[in-house]
Write a protein that binds this ligand. Structure first.
Ligand code: SF4
Ligand code: MSK
Length: 646
């Protein structure tokens, strides 16, 4: 390593499973059982033929999973334990905690983790705005000035001043809200007053972003929170600080810095890799890094260097939510979602995977060690053993990106053409449906959308969000649920890995209206848009909050009165738990496809699936069968319509 900015942490080995145990029949069967996506199937088959270990293999090795952990009744919160509630006369931990408390504490811990992850990401984005506005990060610029001014106005900032000054004041006002002494956040005020009133009464209006997360961690300490329902309410308050605070800041300020997404065409699935290009994938969540990598890759000197080593150019592809950010704003092709991350490397055609943070398997470097791929980690929060490490800050991001790209180009001659498998037929997709883009497509207001819902042509809207999880066949939950909902004339909006699943299945093409019900077909057909709209990454679940807030205001009702519902059919992440909690807190009922680890406490289950409704007019359902989930959501939407006399 000649460059001092590059550190190779340690070397790691290729992890292998004994390929000889698998007959062609077994490989075929496993492939069909594991994924629904045709491009993923081809490469997944290759992993088994070559014996490259994947998360599916590790999932199999973990079976049977611990029943105490699966039901949430294990605790290792203190040194008197660990404790497991085994039934009989062993129904309390050493400290005396019962199942209700242990389950509620574990769930609160998860929500706080999810809220912290999103909000820390949001803070980094706002910090980049601050440095950009002060001229300390010259590679970045403020791209959407009108949006900056709209936000500044919302925060009571004088906008009749130079853009840099407005940006600086807005960034400071937002950063202050992470630990504000005001006792409230600004952006929940976007919701109808009547909704905010309910949140106040339910005690779930966040006092600051960090405070709710810290208090959650305090409450889970042994000997603090002892009342399980109090713990769950605190979880909802912390999640509201994420949805209407940290995540919303992440989304809004990413738009200010990098541009508000507009409707555009792109391509998705593992077939977006190219045989004759240097392939680099960008994986994780934060666009602060990836935007600079895109900039650096476009420099003529980089393209020339690639050509000098026999490639036709540089092909950047996205993965997971960093990919979603680039797809929405720049139309950068998307290679796949969560369960595709090892498969991208297994194509044998990837020169470099650059990661920021969240949802990155710590064994990606082991997968890369089976091929010529280099993995580069970039955040001090997320160093990965076996990766190269280029620390990225707003001040150095462009320079560091140039170094990374040079290394990726130099790795191109190391590709082994005989081991390359790039699936054919990348799928086209229409993406970029920010609230602003939807409004523009409708002629400047969301009123036409509200009108078709009120008239009944469109029965309502459903958000499908969240991850992949080997507990369920890859992409099956997302695709099946979306198809079932559009058939029932329900418009679907999506973020995160759910959106990539449906894009890979062709549901984000205007032509997919053929699968929609009559009313939705007519509405989407006249607008030439798909019945499943791509709204971005996981932090962009806040775009969906903005959408429902605006629709509710236009209709003159509360959010919980709208004919809408949410779903996370394949969730795995604590961030998804936080998202589901802030949707329910905001008044949107949510159907989970995977049971959270709460069944050890019937009281916690009852609270979340029934009692919470009395406070916030929304609740959770859990339904692993996406067809049944669609029926549940559709019935709920029809009930809301009836309540509004529609
Ligand atoms: Fe056991 Fe209580 Fe300690 Fe948990 S907090 S490990 S239940 S003693
Ligand atoms: S990447 S949080 S697996 S959506 Fe946002 Fe996908 Fe879930 Fe990560």
């Amino acid at each position: 390593m000649t460059d001092e900015r590059v550190t190779e942490i340690i070397s790691v080995e290729c992890l292998r499973v004994p390929a000889e145990e698998l007959t062609p029949e077994k490989i075929k069967k496993k492939t069909e059982e594991r994924t629904m996506d045709e491009s993923s199937k081809q490469v997944l088959k290759k992993t088994m033929e070559e014996g490259v270990e994947t998360a599916w293999d590790r999932f199999e090795k973990q079976q049977p999973m611990c029943k105490f952990c699966s039901t949430g009744v294990s605790c290792q919160r203190c040194a008197m334990g660990p404790c497991r509630l085994m039934g009989g006369d062993r129904v309390r931990g050493v400290c005396g905690a019962d199942a209700d408390l242990i389950v509620a504490r574990n769930l609160l811990d998860q929500i706080a983790t999810g809220a912290a992850s999103h909000s820390d990401h949001g803070r980094e984005v706002v910090d980049t705005l601050l440095k950009t506005s002060r001229g300390e990060a010259p590679s970045y610029s403020i791209t959407d000035v009108p949006k900056l001014k709209r936000l500044a106005k919302e925060y009571g900032i004088d906008i009749e001043r130079p853009v840099g000054k407005v940006g600086e004041d807005l960034a400071e006002a937002m950063l202050e809200e992470f630990g504000t002494l005001k006792g409230e956040l600004q952006m929940p005020k976007r919701a109808p007053e009547e909704s905010v009133k309910i949140w106040k009464e339910a005690n779930i209006l966040p006092r600051s972003i960090d405070r709710e997360i810290v208090e959650s961690m305090h409450r889970v300490h042994m000997g603090v929170g002892a009342e399980f329902s109090d713990m769950l309410v605190q979880g909802m308050r912390a999640s509201m600080g994420d949805g209407w605070g940290g995540s919303m800041m992440g989304t809004e300020i990413s738009d200010v810095l990098f541009g508000t997404p507009t409707i555009r065409r792109s391509k998705v699935n593992l077939g977006v890799l190219k045989h004759d290009h240097v392939n680099i994938s960008l994986h994780g969540h934060n666009p602060v890094l990836s935007e600079m990598v895109v900039k650096a890759a476009g420099l003529p000197e980089m393209q020339e260097k690639a050509k000098g080593l026999g490639a036709k150019g540089i092909n950047l592809v996205g993965l997971c939510c960093t990919g979603n950010e680039l797809l929405m704003r720049k139309g950068i092709h998307q290679a796949g979602n969560h369960m595709d991350q090892e498969l991208v490397i297994t194509t044998g055609a990837l020169e470099m995977m650059i990661v920021d943070y969240q949802c990155i398997f710590p064994t990606l470097t082991n997968t890369a060690a089976c091929f010529h791929t280099k993995v580069v980690s970039t955040s001090p929060k997320s160093k990965i053993p076996g990766s190269l490490y280029f620390e990225i800050t707003p001040e150095n991001a462009l320079e560091q990106s140039k170094h990374m790209i040079k290394m990726a180009i130099e790795n191109y001659p190391n590709r082994e053409p005989k081991r390359v498998l790039i699936p054919d037929h990348p799928m086209d997709a229409m993406v970029g449906f920010s609230v602003e883009a939807i409004r523009d497509a409708l002629g400047g207001s969301l009123k036409p959308l509200l009108d078709v819902v009120l008239s009944g042509k469109v029965r309502g809207c459903a958000a499908i969000v969240g991850c992949n999880n080997p507990h369920i066949k890859h992409d099956f939950g997302h695709i099946t649920l979306a198809k079932e909902l559009i058939k029932r004339d329900i418009l679907v909006v999506e973020t995160g890995c759910a959106s990539i699943a449906c894009a890979k299945a062709g549901l984000m093409l205007p032509e997919s209206i053929k699968d929609a019900g009559k009313g939705l077909k007519e509405v989407c057909g006249s607008l030439k848009i798909p019945p499943v709209l791509h709204m971005g990454s996981c932090v962009d679940c806040s775009r969906i909050l903005n959408l429902v807030a605006e629709l509710a205001r236009l209709a003159g009702v509360r959010i919980d009165q709208l004919p809408v519902a949410g779903a996370a059919p394949e969730w795995y992440s604590p961030k998804a738990v936080a998202i589901a909690s802030y949707y329910v807190g905001s008044g949107v009922s949510v159907c989970l496809g995977i049971m959270p680890k709460i069944t050890g406490s019937p009281n916690v289950v009852r609270f979340l699936t029934q009692d919470v409704e009395a406070a916030v007019n929304a609740k959770f359902w859990v339904e692993p069968d996406p067809r049944k989930a669609a029926a549940l959501m559709s019935d709920h939407i029809e009930m809301k319509r009836k309540d509004l006399n529609l």
